[in-house]
Design a protein. Sequence first.
Length: 393
Amino acid sequence: MANYLFVTCQSGMEPLVKSDYLLQVPEARLAFSRRGLVTFKLPDSAAGIAGFEPRSILARTFGTSLAHVKVPTEAHEAEQLGEQNDQRWGAKEFGESMRDEERFSDSTVTKHLIEATVSQVIGNRLGPWDGAHLWVRDGLLPATNSSRQPGREPAIGWEKFVSRLTAALQAAALVPPGVRCNQNADFGQRILDLCLLEPSQIFIGQHEVRRSHQRWSGGVIPLVPTTVPPISRAYFKIREAVSWAGLHLRPGQTCVEIGSAPGGSCQWLLEQDLRVIGIDPADIDPVIATHPNFTHIRRRGREVRRQEIKNCDWLLSDANLPPNYVLDTIADLVSHPSIKPKGLVLTLKLPDTKLLEHWQVWQSRVADWGFPNIRGRQLIFNRQEVCLVATRS
């Protein structure tokens, strides 16, 4: 039996994910793909995907590709669902349908899709699994310009669809009866992966949880309710970076962030009972600026006095500047004997994705500063940028 690998990514990054993986495994061959999801046929010698894990920082999550199912749509239902002449849905149309319980979750197409998916999974004879992850491929959900609402909030139609598919999987004894679909998995668990590619099409895969981001459905960190509305998208970015990288930020430690305005990242750090120093010539949101554990240094990173940030525990940057400029600024700071942070969390902007050709060079620079443990990832809440995390141990 041939072995296939699936990799999820940010919509639009598929060509780079493909080229990255083919450089890593030249014997692999491209297979079924959609926006946000790419699959590869592994070499005939592969006994599974062990040893073929994608190393691309653009890979969101990965696993074994099993199959995909597509059910036909009748003409009147295609019109109701927003499909015309079997064209694929646009993000806007699909987002609207998910808010319409009857239009999406209660349609005959959806009913047939659930039945066909369960039948196909049973036919693979690889279950049961410890849990199931069901998600919508990136690019099918509409984006939003609101920094406080990243566009991944559940909709009525989607939640009902998840519940119905979960119940069908449990009835077929494919997942345990007490397990909720999309709950965070534990390391070592076997998870059934189901990705909605189109309203009438689902991709089926599976994975064993070996990495922190594989615990999340589709590699997407779950949203959590907040008591105070997040100030900016940076709030979600720092939370995701810390969770993905497994950083041990302790209450009372000091975090310094370059490019901190308007204060989204600082907001999350303060919620963790950390002391925060924000460096930015721009204004900070008043809620953050008046917090007793926050200090604002109204300067650019290159202008900060070393005495003002000495003995910091963590050094962060989310400045809207070219990667080399950011790295030059950080290098100048960590070269000072009084600035020896435990770790770095750096957002590197990519005005051109060709800049990713320099990733190995960037890693080498950071390692030379005394941070040998370096990881990179395009976070769920990154746009055209990547996150570099480096620690001393």
